[in-house]
Design a protein around this ligand. Structure first.
Ligand SMILES: Cc1ncc(COP(=O)(O)O)c(C=O)c1O
Length: 406
């Protein structure tokens, strides 16, 4: 294998420069730890952005993927495959839906949701109902449709006209939604916890209010659980904390523990709006990704990971709140749901600097929003591992990096 310097040189020469990546190269993972080419070990408390639900190289995932690729890796959707059928049934059973569409990423799941929502009204003769309402600070993906839903103008710059018929209102403001949703609204798109926007859980009653509003006005409610789904908040879907059933739920990230996958879940009468020929995906529902997802779902049960996530999430948020009390000049609070948690930095503290210093101490996390340090560890994380991360954070917050005033 090439050494670190050679690899970095090749990266500089051949990779598109669309990511800001520090000069280190990861090569191996096990449980909640990663190793780079220099043999340095890191505690992974972001899990590939809420993806590696079972951590790295979990034996159940390794076994499922190895056996599946040896048996049948891909056939496309000209034929059923056993794994896609089993996975669709499992996802529907756990979420209370009737139909699943399998794809390869969160963005694709949301694109499918945009098409389904519009075509649902079209097939009912309501051709003018094509508008979509989302929220400011949301994140729904970066393809042209999902990007238009993403309520952060910084991501739109330079990409020309956004998809027409999309508008945004402030997150958590039910009255603003009431003023916006009307008989031209095809769907409301919402995250149960704004993830990329800063780990902001929906205020009490908000999702329930949106459900009632959509029913009243005839719009579909689409809940984007790409970050929150598959147990991350301690329930299989975050909406299950609220007792509501959206018309469409999209999932991705943690679903197959790191193998690319996305899915749209819906009710029978809504799903009927995408008959043969209207939508599809070459890779979507391939047996390899489906086998990986089945292994994740079975392991959630076998290891009791939903309850574990709730307990570990409480431990983590309590730890973040204690640190913000201890270092009020550096942090002003902690919040989250399950193992999706954030530490809110005080004004003037440099979030990228905090991430860098944590990395230098061997702990990996990510930034969300302008000033939130986001934790989305593997759902198998232990209290001892969380404490190791909190101890590193404690040391960084004692003398936090400041945004330079020049
Ligand atoms: C809530 C939400 N929706 C959609 C996406 C896009 O998913 P992907 O990057 O898999 O396309 C993300 C990714 O961060 C997300 O957090």
């Amino acid at each position: 294998m090439a050494n670190t310097a050679e690899l970095l040189s090749l990266a500089g020469q051949y990779m598109l420069k669309n990511y800001k990546q520090p000069a280190l190269v990861m090569t191996r993972g096990e449980g909640c730890y990663l190793w780079d080419t220099e043999g340095r070990r890191y505690l992974d408390l972001y899990a590939g952005i809420a993806v590696c639900a079972l951590g790295h190289a979990h034996p159940a995932l390794v076994k499922a993927v190895s056996e599946q690729v040896a048996r049948l890796g891909h056939i496309a959707n000209y034929y059923y495959n056993d794994r896609q059928i089993e996975l669709s049934a499992e996802l529907c059973r756990r979420s209370g839906y009737d139909r699943a569409f399998l794809c390869n990423s969160g963005t694709e799941a949301n694109e499918a949701a945009i098409k389904l929502a519009r075509r649902y009204h079209f097939t009912r003769g309501d051709k003018d109902r094509a508008q979509l309402v989302a929220t400011w600070n949301s994140f729904h993906g970066r393809s042209m449709g999902s990007l238009a839903l993403t309520g952060q103008a910084k991501y739109w710059e330079g990409f020309g006209h956004m998809l027409p018929g999309v508008s945004h209102v402030p997150y958590g403001d039910l009255e603003a939604m009431r003023r916006r949703v009307n008989d031209r609204t095809a769907a409301v798109f919402i995250e149960p916890v704004q993830g990329e926007g800063g780990v902001l859980p929906a205020p009490d009653g908000y999702l329930e209010g949106l459900r009632a509003l959509c029913d009243e006005r005839g719009a579909l409610l689409v809940v984007d659980e790409i970050q929150t789904g598959i147990g991350r908040t301690g329930r299989f879907l975050a909406t299950q904390h609220h007792g509501i059933q959206p018309d469409i739920t999209t999932i991705a990230k943690g679903t197959a523990g790191g193998v690319p996958i996305g899915a749209l879940l819906t009710r029978e009468h809504v799903g009927d709006a995408l008959p043969p020929g209207t939508h599809g995906s070459t890779f979507g529902g391939n047996p390899l990704a489906a086998a990986a997802a089945l292994a994740v779902l079975h392991t959630l049960d076998a290891e009791g990971l939903l309850d574990h996530t709730t307990r570990m999430g409480e431990h983590l948020v309590a730890g973040l709140q204690a640190l913000s009390k201890k270092h009020p000049h550096a942090a002003v609070g902690g919040r989250g749901r399950g193992l999706l948690a954030g530490l809110i930095l005080a004004d003037g503290v440099d979030p990228r600097g905090v991430l860098t210093q944590l990395r230098e101490r061997g702990v990996l996390v990510s930034q969300a929003g302008e000033r939130v340090v986001r934790f989305a560890p593997p759902l198998i994380v232990t209290a001892a591992e969380l404490d190791e991360g909190l101890a590193a954070l404690d040391a960084v917050l004692a003398d936090p990096p400041r945004v330079s005033s020049t």
